[in-house]
Design a protein around this ligand. Structure first.
Ligand SMILES: [Fe+2]
Length: 416
């Protein structure tokens, strides 16, 4: 996972003139100090900044801070059971899953920030600059009551929109099904996937409690369980917040620099369940290539989107014979390439092992799978053993796609 590394540069459509705000004497360089007081981690959060005053002209109606709902009596009862699990059955015993450690200091969660103008403190922004930088990352809506892994946080987008010599900063949650349900309930509802299933007893307890919440109508997993916290991708003229456990969420940047969630996108019903957070878009053809992987056969499914974002039929890969951590892949101008690496997905490990669904298997021979990028089935797919890749840090995932060179009449493909 690279939940803190995602970013995206977007070209904006027609700029809208934003009236110059009135900056008060307290205006200074951009500062953010919006850690929620009620959910503040137990450890001291160091903050040396102050918040830049808001400009009425750059604060949309949606920017009004949302009051979180008060938990119902039923929610409080369920939370009491959750507290028992977190205190007596599976407390966060390791620093790596202790929220007071994981979410301390610079990693402390922050609240949403409406569009806020940044003061230029040196030089000026060239008027020809017209676009936005947006990043995605996990930022839990509620301070976790039990074990928490960095990748368990709700997706939050941070943007800096630069236009007409001005820079507007904004932070917004992706309004996923999970985020909305938990916001409306005034409480977290969904167990943390990466840290909440640690051993048989904890897994059974949290699984049972979540099932009861579903039966009580607090949460509908059919509408998605994803966090949309991993990356951003722009294709088919739409911007998506992505997480490989769910469908993409379409989002957009408004003319005043706010970030809005359009909704969970299934591409006219053609995209099933989930999709990689790292699709690859061909800069020449504008086609986008993607896949999903999972716990049940086919363990790998390849597909692509036309330049207009129309999803093409799935290509199930049954020659992928076991679950594997296929977080990323690569494309060339002829092929798509997948890494069947030594990091295996072992769901039973969550229940009977050390709690992580991902495990290093030194006995597994890593493979590279190569399939023509316009394949309609896997008949032309070839797998190559690459036993030289032995160390787990060397086969995290396939990194970035590399182009294919044919200048000497041959074929060269470089995988990063
Ligand atoms: Fe990643």
């Amino acid at each position: 996972m690279d939940a803190f590394s995602s970013s995206f540069m977007s070209t904006l459509s027609p700029p809208t003139i934003i009236p110059k705000p009135i900056l008060t004497p307290f205006s200074s360089r951009l500062n953010i100090s919006s850690v929620r007081i009620e959910d503040k981690p137990a450890t001291q959060v160091t903050s040396t900044t102050t918040t830049t005053p808001q400009s009425p002209s750059t604060t949309s109606s949606s920017a009004v801070p949302k009051r979180r709902a008060e938990p119902s009596v039923l929610t409080l009862i369920f939370n009491a059971f959750d507290d028992i699990i977190n205190k007596f059955i599976d407390p966060p015993s390791k620093p790596s899953v202790d929220p007071t450690h994981v979410l301390s200091n610079n990693f402390a969660p922050v609240d949403e920030l409406p569009p806020t103008e940044c003061e230029v403190i040196q030089g000026s922004l060239p008027p020809c600059l017209d676009g936005a930088y947006i990043r995605n990352g996990p930022n839990p809506q509620y301070l976790p009551r039990g074990p928490y892994h960095l990748c368990d946080g709700d997706g939050m987008l941070h943007s800096i929109k630069i236009s007409q010599g001005r820079a507007i900063f904004c932070s917004r949650y992706v309004n996923t099904n999970k985020y909305i349900a938990e916001r409306d309930a005034g409480s977290s509802l969904v167990p943390n996937f990466f840290s909440g299933f640690n051993g048989l007893t904890a897994s059974a307890a949290r699984g049972a409690l979540f099932a009861v919440r579903i039966l009580a109508g607090q949460y509908n997993p059919a509408n998605g369980i994803g966090l949309a916290n991993t990356s951003l991708a722009f294709f088919g003229d739409r911007l998506y917040a992505l997480c490989e456990s769910d469908l993409p969420y379409a989002v957009r940047l408004t003319s005043n620099g706010d970030i809005e969630t359009i909704g969970r996108h299934d591409f006219d019903g053609k995209l099933f369940m989930s999709m990689t957070a790292h699709p690859k878009t061909d800069p020449d053809t504008k086609e986008t290539f993607a896949f999903r992987y999972g716990l049940v056969p086919p363990f790998l499914t390849y597909f692509r989107f036309d330049s207009d974002g129309s999803k093409q039929p799935d290509v199930p890969i049954f020659s992928m014979t076991r679950q594997s951590f296929l977080h990323d892949f690569a494309i060339t101008n002829k092929y798509a390439i997948f890494g069947d690496i030594q990091i295996a997905m072992i769901p039973t490990e969550m229940i009977f092992g050390g709690g992580s669904p991902f495990g290093y298997d030194p006995n597994k021979v890593p493979r590279l799978g190569v399939i023509p990028r316009y394949a309609k089935d896997e008949s032309e797919m070839r797998w190559f053993n690459v036993p030289g890749v032995q160390h787990p840090t060397r086969n995290q995932c396939l990194g970035r796609g590399r182009w294919q060179h044919n200048s000497d009449g041959g074929t060269k493909c470089t995988i990063g």
